[in-house]
Design a protein around this ligand. Structure first.
Ligand code: NAP
Length: 264
């Protein structure tokens, strides 16, 4: 471990593609050591690590299935072994159901998989990391900002889609998880936030591009009439990572082009 750490260390789950990659790169540009977690696509993880380094940060790649307990422990251990401490956890990794089945036909296997990766994994990873952050204390804390945890939620937390109910339920759970950990960790100086994306152009939404093109560009479902970009989410995470929201915790930051507003 460095005697006087000057760089903050962030774990970004699912940091290899899409929103997570955007977050990893932006944190690298803000001078962070970034632990890039991925599950199956090693090439994408390598490209993300190269981008983080080109942006000015350091990077470590760790394969780990966030839905698996042993993998989560190994992820944290490898991050500590390399960088000595963890200052920021971004719970970003997420999956949609493999089959968008109607609520009346949803398979239990799909429920288990989506809930494991999107809710149980982030919950128990947060528990692990938060305990480490508490152990670390403030002694060697880099000066820029206090430790923080960011959960990447979704507008699906409050928008019912009856052909992917398991995803909506997991994201609704992320909302409560954010409140619970924010309350529990505030006495330890650890702030917890949810960043809640709207419709963002990534692999996850590429299969429904035509549907969303119409909704966004023609029907104006979002007041800001464009697709969101990973960098839109990354900017919110960097604001948190660099200490610009010190008196906020349990906060939901909507990054959705205004989708969340009721309109008449
Ligand atoms: P994406 O393009 O499909 O990328 C998913 C990332 O998560 C990849 O890096 C993937 O790594 C990783 N991942 C998947 N399963 C994993 C597992 N079991 N363990 C570890 N890593 C895993 O998705 P995205 O659109 O960027 O979404 C990122 C987050 O934003 C998700 O939580 C999603 O629910 C949320 N979100 C997305 C949108 C949107 O419109 N795109 C909107 C609201 C919220 P591998 O390639 O190695 O599997």
């Amino acid at each position: 471990m460095n005697d006087t750490p000057t760089h903050r260390t962030a774990i970004v789950t699912g940091g290899s593609r899409g929103i997570g990659r955007g977050i990893a790169e932006a944190l690298g540009a803000a001078g962070h050591n970034v632990v890039i977690n991925y599950n199956s696509n090693a090439d994408a993880a390598q490209q993300a690590a190269d981008a983080v380094k080109a942006a000015g940060g350091d990077a470590l790649i760790v394969q780990a299935d966030i839905g698996q307990s042993d993998d989560r422990k190994r992820l944290v251990d490898e991050a500590i072994a390399r960088f000595g401490r963890i200052d920021l956890l971004v719970n970003n990794a997420g999956v949609g159901p493999k089959v968008r089945a109607d609520l009346m036909d949803m398979a239990e296997e799909s429920w288990d998989w989506v809930l494991d990766v999107n809710l149980k994994g982030p919950f128990f990873l947060t528990q692990l990391v938060a305990n480490r952050m508490i152990e670390q204390g403030e002694a060697d804390q880099p000066p820029e900002a206090p430790p923080a945890i960011v959960n990447i939620g979704s507008i699906s937390a409050y928008t019912a889609s009856i052909n992917r109910g398991e995803y909506c339920i997991a994201k609704a759970g992320i909302g409560m998880m954010t409140s619970l950990f924010a309350d529990r960790l505030a006495p330890h100086g650890i702030n917890v936030y949810e960043v809640r994306p709207g419709i963002i152009a990534t692999d996850m939404t590429s299969g429904v591009k035509a549907k969303y093109d119409k909704l966004i560009l023609e029907d104006g479902i979002t007041p800001i009439r464009r697709w969101g970009k990973p960098d839109d989410i990354a900017k919110a995470v960097v604001a948190i990572a660099t200490g610009l929201l010190p008196f906020s915790t349990g906060e939901v930051i909507n990054v959705d082009g205004g989708f969340h507003m009721k309109r008449l």
